[in-house]
Design a protein around this ligand. Structure first.
Ligand SMILES: C[S@@+](CC[C@H](N)C(=O)[O-])C[C@H]1O[C@@H](n2cnc3c(N)ncnc32)[C@H](O)[C@@H]1O
Length: 218
């Protein structure tokens, strides 16, 4: 079900309507750059701290690429909630996840929401995953809100954009702002203990622009 009731500022609404226009282009671009494959490799190397029935939130899920990685790489049932500002991205995400989970017992719920004011109680999730979405909001505000909905001892899997020449190009194409790594780290340390920071192999296209920070809510 896609719930259309949400509040957001003008800038955030802009990000949502921008992605409403480019959802298909974004989805195709990222299917060609081995994004899913690189994330699946990471999960193989570092199994995520999830167990039977874990509640996971994908914040800024877009067309559902990260949600799909979780659905395809976990044999145990987990409950995924995925939110985004962009209604057409959510429609694509929902369709793809239904196809990926056909015949398997999986709980996935998509709803339209602003990650700066999530419509969930405190401590509602065991893990929040987020990739390429915090670049559209002030990093401190975003991490504070994500931390609010994570249960104590739960985890944040954050896949931020890292500064690089390629990221500059993506910033212009996708209208976001890369946060300086030291700012991300400082804000993360306010609410979390960093478990590890992972650099993708440079041979993988995702490694040109992204990194992974796994942290635990303190
Ligand atoms: C670069 S895409 C990343 C999508 C997805 N996480 C992925 O890894 O492919 C950024 C997404 O963040 C969403 N977004 C931007 N600001 C947001 C906000 N304040 N709340 C929720 N979603 C937001 C956009 O609508 C867009 O779908």
């Amino acid at each position: 079900m896609i719930n259309n009731e949400f509040t957001s500022s003008r800038t955030e609404t802009d990000a949502g309507s921008f992605y409403d226009r480019i959802a298909n282009l974004y989805d195709i671009t990222f299917k060609f750059n081995r994004y899913e494959h690189s994330l699946a490799d990471y999960i193989q190397k570092y199994p995520l701290p999830l167990s039977f029935g874990s509640r996971v939130l994908d914040a800024g899920c877009g067309t559902g690429l990260l949600t799909l990685v979780l659905l395809k790489n976990f044999d145990i049932p987990i409950k995924i909630t995925a939110v985004d500002l962009s209604a057409s991205s959510l429609t694509t995400a929902k369709k793809a996840s239904e196809e990926a989970t056909k015949g398997r017992r999986r709980s996935t719920y998509f709803t339209q929401a602003n990650l700066l004011s999530l419509p969930f109680e405190d401590a509602s999730f065991d893990m929040v995953v987020t990739s390429g979405a915090l670049e559209y909001v002030p990093i401190g505000d975003g991490l504070r809100e994500l931390s609010r909905v994570i249960a104590p001892g739960g985890h944040l899997l954050h896949i931020p954009i890292r500064p690089s020449l390629m990221s500059r190009v993506l910033e212009l194409m996708f209208r976001f702002k890369t946060h300086p790594p030291e700012e991300i780290e400082a804000h993360t340390n306010k609410y979390f203990r960093i478990v590890h920071q992972y650099k993708f192999p440079q041979i993988e296209p995702i490694g040109w622009t992204k990194t992974i920070i796994l942290s635990q809510k303190v």
